[in-house]
Design a protein around this ligand. Structure first.
Ligand code: MN
Length: 236
């Protein structure tokens, strides 16, 4: 029912702690990826590195199969890592999560490997701004369809409305995808200590994609992750 608060959606202090630790493991993993990624690495190489690193930090597992997508692979929201090799000028999207003490984290960043084109930069900046607006709009009492519209309308106003092909976000907890759904037609209302993702993206088939995702604890300011969302350009 509209506005009804489901106890599974609202997390306890202990559950939030587990989710925060699962997020911290992924932040550490992302920094390790940025520090080690090099030309010629394959999507599979990076996904394997991530799995090993996450388990080394004490996670019981991955929240889901890690997505590593280079260039046009990033146009598929659920891209499965391939043997494709990393080259200069590619955008790289990594979507990953860890399970800690039975609770999941979920995180996506897109970074540039070497210098990128004006169009890649433009698309990045639109997703960056949409995601920032979505995080700022994540507050107690907000209707989830309206929250989806914050990101969706911004992307549409900048010409890529038809390229944002999934919902803005979802709840996270014991399961990687839980209620509430942050999408069109959702009648749920955010309540304190729900944990949701804000993950707008732009997907241009055969060409490129950008997604930026953070978890937010409703009622707390800002994302759970400490990793900034400004574009990172890896030059090595
Ligand atoms: Mn997600």
């Amino acid at each position: 029912m509209d506005g009804e608060i489901n106890s599974e959606m609202v997390k306890t202090a202990a559950q939030l702690k587990a989710i925060e630790r699962a997020a911290q493991i992924i932040d550490d993993t992302y920094e390790a990826v940025l520090a080690s990624v090099k030309e010629g690495d394959s999507e599979k190489d990076i996904a394997d590195f991530i799995e090993e690193f996450v388990l080394m930090q004490g996670a019981s597992g991955l929240s889901f199969d890690t997505i590593v997508a280079f260039a046009e692979g990033g146009a598929e929201p659920h891209h499965v890592p391939t043997d494709k090799k990393l080259e200069k000028g590619m955008l790289v999207t990594i979507d990953m999560g860890a399970v800690y003490d039975g609770f999941c984290s979920d995180f996506t960043r897109t970074f540039a490997f070497g210098e990128i084109s004006d169009k890649q930069r433009e698309v990045y900046d639109i997703v960056y701004n949409a995601q920032k607006l979505g995080i700022a709009a994540t507050k107690v009492g907000v209707n989830c369809a309206n929250l989806d519209a914050v990101c969706r309308d911004y992307i549409a106003q900048h010409g890529y409305g038809d390229k944002f092909i999934h919902t803005t976000g979802h709840g996270v907890g014991k399961l990687i995808h839980e209620a509430p759904r942050i999408g069109k037609g959702s009648e749920e209302t955010l309540a304190k200590n729900m944990v949701i993702t804000i993950e707008p993206g732009i997907y241009i088939a055969g060409e490129m994609g950008v997604r930026i995702e953070d978890m937010v604890i409703v009622g707390k300011k800002g994302p759970v992750s400490r990793i900034p969302t400004e574009l990172i350009i890896v030059n090595r």
